[in-house]
Ligand binder design. Structure first.
Ligand code: AMP
Length: 418
């Protein structure tokens, strides 16, 4: 007996229909904003993620790494952004377009402790806008994230946001923060004591230290913004105000990955008993990722939502519609000798886009009927000696229970076939 790998799951048809609904609706939303789909490989050379200066747990502790048969170091992507930026640099698509607007839906891999809603293979959907630094771009991306929540019928959308500023602001802020935490070192957890040297910003969103007074009272990044970063952030807020986007500023929001700069944000909904899982997604701008990957100076901003969490949020809140697999016609033959005739009827129906099924089993008509009722088709199609002789089918409306013979052409018309 073989089992699935810890932290993975099988998506079965009763759930994949929900994913299909979400993906189709998402694609409609992305289309409105003129975002186009990008699909990058699931595996990349390790250095795409293991970059100098990237100290996040996700990259340091949670990546799946292996050496392939050609002795290359490969990593399964833990997130989408770095691979997308690698692609933009490699294809030089930025040279022909001053702005690239991508959306993606796909799997990521993180060696995390599996728990409710946290997997080792999980899907994310999101966007990346690369090439143009503008507060209006930031605002558009945030508004799109907010729109996703409301379009799917989830309540209480709230954007939490903060600004880390440009490199100059960040360096200044990092220095101040380091000094502050140096003088409060004894109150910090072990991980944060290391973070003090690597990236003191990450102390702010530490799960252990984050709620402590010492962290809550830490200096705020927005007090150390350069003039241009300040104007940038204020303009983002102004556009959000004008568009009545529900947001609040969270001074401790820095996000888990080290490449963020300027605007960072999280997208929350208000689902009863969903607790921390109400954080459905997060994102931010990244000014240094391209140069860290050996590319030109290119700015970007994006967000990602966890697909599993999003689907669960829709279900828990009652926003997931009732979805069923439709079946128009279900063919039952009275004996195997009529199956060839029936197979032609079946093909004809399908050629006209009718959703049709046939029972190939040679069991009794009674047992076939039982199965057919379970399949819940709109019409049952009976084929026996008379039908074959007269080139007809007997059609039973499962709603009215009315039954009559007709030509396949008429059946196709009845079923709205095209
Ligand atoms: P992150 O990329 O860590 O900023 O996460 C963005 C979103 O992805 C989160 O809000 C979660 O919904 C989802 N997510 C992150 N890690 C996992 C995981 N291991 N399993 C399931 N969903 C995840």
């Amino acid at each position: 007996m073989n089992y699935k790998i810890k932290g993975t799951y099988d998506l079965l048809p009763e759930d994949s229909i929900k994913w299909e609904y979400v993906q189709n609706k998402l694609k409609e939303i992305f289309k409105k904003y003129n975002y186009k789909e990008i699909r990058t490989p699931i595996m990349e050379y390790s250095e795409v993620f293991h970059r100098e200066g990237e100290f996040s747990d996700m990259v340091q502790k949670e990546t799946y790494n292996f050496v392939d048969k050609g002795n290359r170091n490969i990593t399964l992507r833990p997130e989408a952004t770095a691979g997308i930026m690698r692609s933009v640099i490699e294809t030089k698509n930025y040279a022909q377009n001053d702005i690239l607007k991508y959306f993606y839906i796909g799997p990521n891999y993180r060696y995390e402790r599996p728990q409710k809603g946290r997997f080792r293979e999980f899907y994310q959907f999101g966007v990346e806008v690369i090439g143009l630094k503008s507060p209006y771009v930031d605002a558009e991306v945030i508004m799109l994230a907010s729109d996703i929540i409301t379009e799917f019928g989830l309540d209480g959308v709230l954007i939490k946001l903060n600004s880390l500023g440009d490199n100059q602001s960040r360096l200044k802020y990092q220095k101040v923060l380091k000094e502050y935490f140096e003088s409060h070192k004894e109150g910090l957890c072990n991980d944060c004591q290391t973070r003090l040297d690597n990236n003191p910003l990450r102390i702010l969103d530490c799960k252990i230290d984050g709620p402590k007074e010492v962290v809550k009272n830490a200096p705020k990044s927005i007090d150390y913004l350069t003039d241009s970063s300040k104007v940038h952030f204020e303009t983002v807020l102004k556009v959000l105000d004008e568009n009545k986007i529900n947001y609040e500023i969270d001074h401790n929001l820095v996000r888990g990955i080290d490449y963020y700069s300027e605007t960072v944000f999280e997208i929350h909904a208000n689902i009863k008993d969903f607790g921390n899982a109400n954080t459905l997604g997060g994102g931010g701008a990244y000014d240094n990722l391209s140069t860290d990957l050996g590319g030109p100076e290119l700015t970007g901003i994006g967000f990602s939502f966890g697909m599993e969490r999003f689907v669960e949020a829709l279900e828990v809140s009652g926003a997931m519609p009732n979805l069923e697999y439709a079946l128009d016609a279900y063919i039952i033959t009275f004996d195997e000798e009529y199956n060839t005739f029936a197979s032609k009827v079946l093909k004809d129906l399908r050629d006209h886009k009718v959703i049709a099924e046939m029972d190939y089993d040679n069991k009794s008509v009674k047992s076939k009927m039982k199965k057919a009722i379970k399949a819940n088709p709109k019409y049952l199609i009976f084929i026996g000696e008379d039908e074959v002789k007269n080139n007809l089918v007997s059609v039973k409306d499962t709603n009215t229970q009315e039954q009559k013979p007709m030509k396949v052409k008429e059946l196709i018309k009845l079923l709205g076939g095209k």
